[in-house]
Design a binder for this molecule. Structure first.
Ligand code: IPD
Length: 310
């Protein structure tokens, strides 16, 4: 596939509802346009901790820019695809569920805490789900100008700074030889008490501790602050595994499409669930490998002595 350019603004004349079968590549092109425009809004913003607002608690935050970008995306997408449903982080309603039809799943700023602190690991995440399965994914970090994208059946790619386009994974895939040779991503979330929190802490300790302490001694743990980017970094082969409970469909939909097209495997963070649901809030991504993917999943599940409940 030819590289795509990210150097353009939204095509405001193209307000055609889709007819017949959905052209997923055309949807991808539109999502890229919207993501790049959203990225410009992010780059021009002046985020600050003081002007952000708390949602469920002091570590769960939102900014005016989250709302502005979601409005921009929603307006553009509903005009272009009036028959598609829209699910966005800032406008979703409690208990809302996705239907079988096409749903654009949007996180205007994934990594809001990074954004307000000026830490440049932040992304716009736009995915299309059909029958609740991710089929198109666009994840764009405007600060690094990294654009990850995929269309079901067509591969996954990274376009950097609007220029070179590289198929994922970026590195030749080595076999996986178990947790002790892995770089693992996990997040801490904003819920810092209760059973889910304690499960997260026990699992992190199990992963990090030396064998003599009963642990797995992974090479190390990374917490990037953006579920979408962590999952894309697994797709790229830069991380071996990402394990997370508590994030939402909008954090993972786009990156899941990218992961699968890069040969990665998505299962649940909860032991035994090989076929996680997009709305299930428990995810584990394993990078592409010629061997060892399923064995690594089993080994990771053995470290998780409990289940996330949401
Ligand atoms: C958050 C990030 C974070 C993950 C949280 C998400 P937000 O998204 O993806 O990595 O651990 O669960 O809520 O709030 O920055 O869009």
């Amino acid at each position: 596939m030819a590289p795509i350019s990210i150097d353009f603004l939204p095509d405001t004349n193209a307000q055609r509802p889709p007819t017949g079968a959905i052209d997923l590549e055309e949807v991808r092109d539109f999502l890229v346009r919207i993501a790049v425009e959203a990225g410009e809004v992010m780059r021009n913003a002046v985020p600050a901790v003081a002007t952000s607002k708390a949602k469920s608690n002091s570590s769960d935050r939102v900014t005016a820019t989250d709302h502005e970008i979601e409005r921009l995306m929603r307006d553009a997408l509903t005009a272009r695809y009036p028959s598609f449903a829209f699910l966005g982080e800032e406008t979703s309603r409690k208990g809302q569920r996705m239907g079988d039809g096409p749903v654009v799943v949007c996180d205007p700023i994934d990594g809001t805490l990074n954004f307000i602190h000026g830490f440049p690991n932040v992304a716009v995440s736009l995915g299309l789900a059909l029958d609740r399965k991710p089929v198109v994914g666009v994840v764009y970090n405007p600060f690094r100008q990294d654009l990850f994208w995929a269309v079901a059946g067509k591969g996954a790619f990274l376009t950097q700074a609007g220029g070179e386009c590289t198929r994922l994974p970026l590195r030749p895939a080595e076999p996986l030889h178990g947790l002790s040779s892995c770089l693992v991503a996990l997040e801490w979330g904003s819920e810092r008490q209760g059973p889910n929190w304690h499960l997260r802490m026990r699992t992190a300790a199990n992963l990090l501790s030396a064998r003599s302490e009963g642990g797995q001694m992974v090479q190390s743990i990374r917490s990037s602050g953006s579920a979408a980017l962590s999952c894309c970094h697994v797709a790229a082969g830069l991380l071996d595994l990402w394990w997370e409970g508590g994030c939402w469909a909008w954090d993972v939909c786009a990156a899941w499409a990218i992961l699968e097209e890069a040969g990665g495997l998505m299962v649940s963070a909860n032991p035994g669930a090989w076929c996680p649901s997009l709305e299930g809030r428990t995810y584990m991504a394993v990078r592409h490998a010629p061997s060892g993917q399923k064995e690594l999943v089993q080994e990771m599940w053995e470290c998780v002595d409990g289940r996330f409940e949401f």
